[in-house]
Design a binder for this molecule. Structure first.
Ligand code: HEC
Ligand code: HEC
Ligand code: HEC
Ligand code: HEC
Length: 106
């Protein structure tokens, strides 16, 4: 990721996205360190949504790799857009809709 215009959103540095098995942010990571991929813990491949996901807790959904990634990206983007009062991409808002991150296909 490139530098943000709003650095305090990244105050945990790499730990904004990388954490340990207890969900504690890995704030001390450096370039070149061994890092576990998300999928090693959020083990189920793909994305669960809609009917299939009905009734599942957030944690259960996050067992799916893409749900964990989505939760991570979108949580921060929503926070950023809200804080900066940004609505559209033209204003520099971070992407939150499917299409913005997955152009063309849904
Ligand atoms: C905005 C979220 C985010 C931030 C911030 C971030 N990463 Fe990552 N990183 C990821 C994701 C997502 C993956 C997994 C990509 C995949 O599954 O293909 C990853 C993968 C990695 C990998 C590869 C692991 C492997 O075995 O392939 C390393 C190494 C890594 N990150 C190091 C860092 C370091 C060091 C920092 C801080 C300087 C950092 N990351 C900051 C999201 C992030
Ligand atoms: C060593 C195991 C492990 C790895 C690797 C891991 N996670 Fe997690 N993650 C967890 C655990 C445990 C939780 C807590 C249970 C939950 O909320 O789903 C969690 C929680 C989360 C949450 C919810 C955070 C919150 O506090 O609300 C998100 C989002 C997330 N992980 C995304 C990621 C992403 C993206 C990656 C890769 C960059 C990643 N995880 C790598 C174990 C891991
Ligand atoms: C800790 C906060 C944070 C996390 C986590 C995060 N982002 Fe962002 N992202 C931002 C901010 C802030 C922006 C708005 C542009 C800027 O100022 O950097 C942005 C912008 C973007 C953009 C638009 C960039 C452009 O050039 O217009 C993309 C694409 C993006 N993020 C993808 C992701 C993906 C994919 C993930 C999850 C792996 C992710 N981001 C996780 C903070 C975050
Ligand atoms: C902030 C950017 C972002 C947004 C918003 C977003 N996604 Fe994703 N999505 C990703 C990333 C990053 C991945 C993981 C990388 C990958 O697997 O290609 C992913 C993975 C997926 C996958 C799994 C692909 C696979 O091969 O396992 C599906 C399906 C998906 N997204 C659908 C959606 C839908 C539907 C929405 C809207 C509800 C959405 N995404 C919103 C960034 C985003």
């Amino acid at each position: 990721m490139r530098e943000s215009k709003n650095p305090d959103l990244y105050k945990n540095s790499c730990g904004e996205c990388h954490h340990d098995k207890d969900n504690k942010p890995l704030t001390q990571l450096k370039e070149g360190d061994e890092v576990q991929n998300c999928i090693e813990c959020h083990k189920k491949p793909g994305y669960i949504k809609g009917k299939k996901a009905k009734g599942l807790s957030k944690e259960k959904k996050r067992e799916y790799h893409a749900n964990a990634i989505h939760d991570n990206c979108k949580a921060c983007h929503k926070k950023f857009n809200k804080k900066m009062k940004l609505k559209s991409k033209d204003e520099g808002a971070a992407p939150v809709t499917c299409k913005q991150c997955h152009p063309k296909k849904k």
